[in-house]
Design a protein around this ligand. Structure first.
Ligand code: THG
Length: 366
């Protein structure tokens, strides 16, 4: 493939200099910004992520900030997850939906204070929807994109690396909680979260100029831990069933179809846009849903939708797939109709290189 040209529309990040020095080999574009996808090779990066520790430039997880007396009310309009119990210090994974209950994004939200939130978005322009709601409802709230760029520390040695830079206090952070920790005399927001199943942290770096000093400090402190620059890894995230907005789901899907029903309490999420639509589908249950799928044979890269058939009839689609070295099979994420979604059901996947036999797997691999 040809190269991607950065520009004002395809934004660089505060860590781009470090990413380039580390030998990034490929990028994708996510929220109008560069997201590294390969450093050594997808497989090498995968083995290293699962055995050591990596520093990821995930600046593309842009923040939508809601600030003002109506910030809490506006937050609840975005999601069927009940936010009444959310306290400062908490991160919540949030399905966000439109008036039909269709998925608009699947961000991680942080409550900074009673009247201030960050919504750490996946790849869709959620800012525009939030600004539109604030305007239409005459809400007393400011909605914008602050100069905040997450840097992730992921892998089995993530606690050791984070402790070396932020002190042993970070070890006590619980999953999906954040705290403030000192870095060279300034406080930084560090959360125990991240887009892998290997565990780790995300540092929300405020101010472009603070990017490279933190990047360099992590690389320096991690020398004896085999630290390397990394990025969200396709193989690992499919093994773990981490969904990718725009790939595995979009506005055509409800949270229940995405398997995100456990993050919805639609009944009590009063004020949520699309609540009526979701109450209906939650009652009936979805007729198709995300499933782990194991595909036989050699597969090409899944850069388009693969139809799933059973006896030649369409029953779903595969949206992400990769060969897993650790499990020795092709792992995949797909959306499957209820007639065929039981574990063990034999199906066929139509790749651009031809048909492959496949089976609905009981669960994701990690
Ligand atoms: N971190 C932050 N922002 C993000 C992502 C992130 N924005 C974009 C993208 N990732 C949003 N999507 C996800 C998908 C899954 C998870 C987080 C963000 C995730 N899921 C946990 C799991 O499936 O194991 C469950 C979380 C929970 O139990 O609450 O972590 O990664 N800042």
């Amino acid at each position: 493939m040809a190269v991607i040209v950065p520009s004002r529309r395809v934004r660089r990040t505060p860590f781009s200099e470090g990413v380039e020095a580390a030998g990034v080999k490929a990028y994708t574009v996510y929220n109008h910004m560069l997201l590294p996808t390969v450093f050594r090779s997808v497989e090498e990066d995968y083995h290293h992520l699962k055995s050591a520790v990596q520093v990821w430039d995930v600046s593309v997880e842009r923040q939508v900030e809601l600030r003002g007396p109506d910030a809490g009310r506006l937050m609840q309009m975005l999601t069927p997850r009940d936010l009444r119990g959310m306290l400062p210090g908490a991160c919540y994974y949030l399905p966000t939906v439109d008036e039909t209950g269709g998925m608009l994004n699947d961000p991680v939200a942080l409550k900074l204070s009673e009247d201030r939130y960050w919504v750490s978005i996946a790849d869709s322009d959620l800012l525009l929807w939030v600004k539109g709601l604030a305007y239409a409802w005459h809400l007393d709230v400011i909605v914008d994109e602050p100069d905040v760029s997450p840097l992730a520390i992921q892998g089995p040695k993530a606690d050791d690396l984070a402790a070396a830079v932020f002190g042993d206090g970070v070890r006590a952070l619980k999953f999906f909680r954040y705290g403030y920790f000192d870095f060279e005399g300034t406080q930084m927001l560090v959360a125990r979260s991240g887009y892998s199943k290997q565990g780790g942290f995300e540092v929300y770096v405020e101010g472009h100029e603070r990017g490279m000093p933190l990047w360099n400090a992590l690389m320096e402190a991690g020398r004896n831990m085999d630290v390397h620059a990394g990025c969200p890894n396709l193989i690992e995230r499919v093994e773990g069933g981490l969904l990718s907005y725009g790939n595995d789901m979009n506005r055509d899907n409800t949270p229940h179809e995405c398997g995100l029903g456990r993050f919805c309490s639609t009944q009590t999420a009063v004020g949520c846009v699309g609540r009526d639509a979701l109450l209906r589908v939650a009652k009936e249950g979805p007729v198709k849903q995300v499933r782990a799928i194991e595909i036989e044979g050699d597969i090409p890269s899944c850069d388009r939708l693969w139809k799933i058939t059973a006896g030649g009839k369409p029953i779903g689609q595969v949206t992400s797939a990769a060969y897993s070295p650790d499990f020795g099979v092709n792992v995949a994420i797909g959306m499957v109709r209820m007639t065929h979604w039981d574990a063990g059901t034999p199906i066929e996947v139509q790749t651009q290189d031809g048909r492959r036999d496949a089976v609905v797997h009981e669960a994701f691999w990690i």
